[in-house]
Design a binder for this molecule. Structure first.
Ligand SMILES: *Cc1c(COP(=O)(O)O)cnc(C)c1O
Length: 198
């Protein structure tokens, strides 16, 4: 947080635009609409894609009015901004709001981190840290152990849970924003089994 506040301050002092990439941390992933809301700053420009279309390809760039300089035709994209994709993005936004999905992200995220933390405390020699926001979380393995993120991902797959490696020592947990309490429990039990067996 202090890092981003410092970046914001430097950008303000030097008249530099601050552009943040919200493709992965935006659209409710962290339990707030945009990831930067966790940082106590505002960017001048930010990007969105992936989750914005809920599976339909779309990308977007949002900016403050003072730096709104793009005219139609300035920035080309083969499928960008077509009416169908925009209609889908609007429906995704409305659904997130209507079904109070951000609330689910906050609650399930807390549940997930608490459960992973409990697992981590059972394996203090293997697991260095559990960290994250909402439903984007990482479990970091100790640097000096043999177990890598790929090993743990493969062991979890054998237990029926799909995780993603994020670097050699971090395993990522990015479940759907509509994940249920029972599913989080099930996934954490599978991770505990994977650690026990692997
Ligand atoms: C996927 C991704 C992008 C690129 O999105 P496009 O829709 O291919 O433009 C940019 N940043 C992050 C963090 C991404 O995950």
């Amino acid at each position: 947080m202090a890092y981003f506040q410092k970046i914001r301050q430097i950008c303000d002092e030097k008249g530099i635009l601050l552009i943040l990439d919200e493709v992965q941390v935006g659209m409710g992933r962290t339990g707030r609409w945009w990831g930067y809301e966790n940082l106590g700053i505002e960017p001048d420009i930010f990007t969105s894609a992936k989750g914005l279309g809920g599976g339909i390809p779309i990308g977007a760039l949002m900016c403050k009015s003072f730096c709104d300089v793009f005219e139609p035709g300035n920035h080309a994209s083969t499928f960008g901004g077509n009416p169908f994709a925009c209609g889908v993005a609007l429906a995704v936004c409305q659904t997130l709001e209507r079904e109070n999905i951000l609330n689910n992200v906050q609650q399930r995220g807390e549940q997930l981190r608490n459960s992973l933390q409990a697992i981590a405390s059972q394996y203090p020699d293997l697991i260095a840290e559990v960290r994250g926001w909402g439903l984007i979380n990482g479990m970091e393995l100790k640097p000096d152990v043999e177990l890598t993120s790929i090993d743990l991902v493969n062991a979890a797959i054998a237990q029926g849970v799909l995780l993603v490696p994020a670097g050699p020592k971090v395993v990522r947990f990015v479940p759907p924003l509509i994940v249920t309490e029972a599913e989080v429990n099930q996934a954490c039990e599978a991770v505990a089994c994977a650690l026990k067996n692997g």
